[in-house]
Design a protein around this ligand. Structure first.
Ligand code: ZN
Length: 296
């Protein structure tokens, strides 16, 4: 019997990555489409999968998105700044067009699931995945389940303590000193100034960025008690100096309050993503596999 094919969509604010793969984590084909309005974008997505003979689809979507099945809005994009997508029944439309079971989660929960199923957190049940790019998104897995709660975690917006003299405006429109507002890519760029866009070239800003990241991570260690933390996204991916600094500063923030074998091995506790940028697609495949299993 031919291997069953599972579809994956990593739905981002600027592009939609579509892929087809198998439950054991092979990605066989992929394509990418610009994110436009839902009416313009859906035909691209449906067109890609139409002749691929998939048996299920996993959707890891930008948020906020209703991912809890008990939510009456389940499967819909919620109050995003992308007006055309507000209240759009993304999962429902795909299900109707493709007629296969569809599993949905947030983009960061999808990436976290990819690392748990196939990557740096394989075999673990309590894992945090953080992406630091244009924003800060956090995927959370607790006891082997992706954490949703009433909506889904928005842990990129926890408060951090600003460094003395740091008066650079927050890039978050809701909070003056949240993690994303002071530490995501746009905030880093404001600190670096117009003439420099390489964080490694500015030791003071690098040090401060590591400090803010460590504040966020220490908070997650205390609240979620993860077995491993995966730190990815454009900012850390392009700044190799950050990881060792963040590890050191996270331990400094915790200041000896916790003692665990995991924290004793900090280099294997806070790690980079391991799937060559495929963590979102692979997590989506796993979401599709789970949706198929639930439907059988
Ligand atoms: Zn915020």
């Amino acid at each position: 019997m031919a291997e069953q094919l599972i579809g994956a969509i990593e739905a981002g604010g600027t592009k939609m990555v579509c892929a087809v793969g198998t439950a054991d984590g092979k990605v066989l084909d992929r394509a990418s489409y610009p994110t436009r309005t839902p009416e313009e974008t859906l035909p691209d997505l449906v067109g890609y999968f139409k002749d691929k003979d998939i048996v299920a689809l996993g959707l890891a979507a930008f948020g906020p998105v209703a991912v809890n099945p008990s939510d009456p809005r389940f499967g819909r994009i919620l109050n995003t700044p992308k007006i055309a997508w507000q209240n759009y029944d993304f999962m429902g439309e795909l299900k109707r067009a493709l007629n296969v079971p569809v599993g949905i989660d947030t983009d960061v929960n999808g990436a976290c699931l990819g690392e748990i199923t196939f990557g740096a957190a394989h075999g673990l049940t309590d894992v945090i995945y953080i992406t630091v790019g244009t924003g800060i998104g956090v995927g959370v897995c607790i006891g082997g389940q992706m954490l949703h709660g009433m909506l889904h975690p928005e842990a990129g917006h926890v408060a951090v303590q600003r460094a003395e003299g740091d008066t650079v405006p927050s890039t978050c429109h809701c909070h003056d000193s949240c993690f994303e507002g002071v530490a995501a890519g746009p905030a880093v760029q404001l600190r670096l100034g117009e003439d420099n866009n390489i964080l490694s070239n500015d030791p003071a800003v690098l040090e401060q960025e590591a400090d803010y990241l460590a504040q966020g991570l220490a908070t997650y260690v205390l609240c979620y008690s993860p077995q491993r933390i995966i730190l990815g996204g454009g900012v850390p991916d392009h700044t190799p100096e950050l990881m060792p600094l963040v590890r050191k500063k996270t331990l400094e923030k915790l200041n000896g309050y916790l003692s665990t074998p995991e924290l004793d091995n900090i280099d294997t506790y806070i790690v980079a993503p391991s799937l060559d940028g495929n963590q979102g697609v692979l997590g989506s495949i796993e979401l599709g596999r789970r949706a198929l299993e639930a439907a059988c």
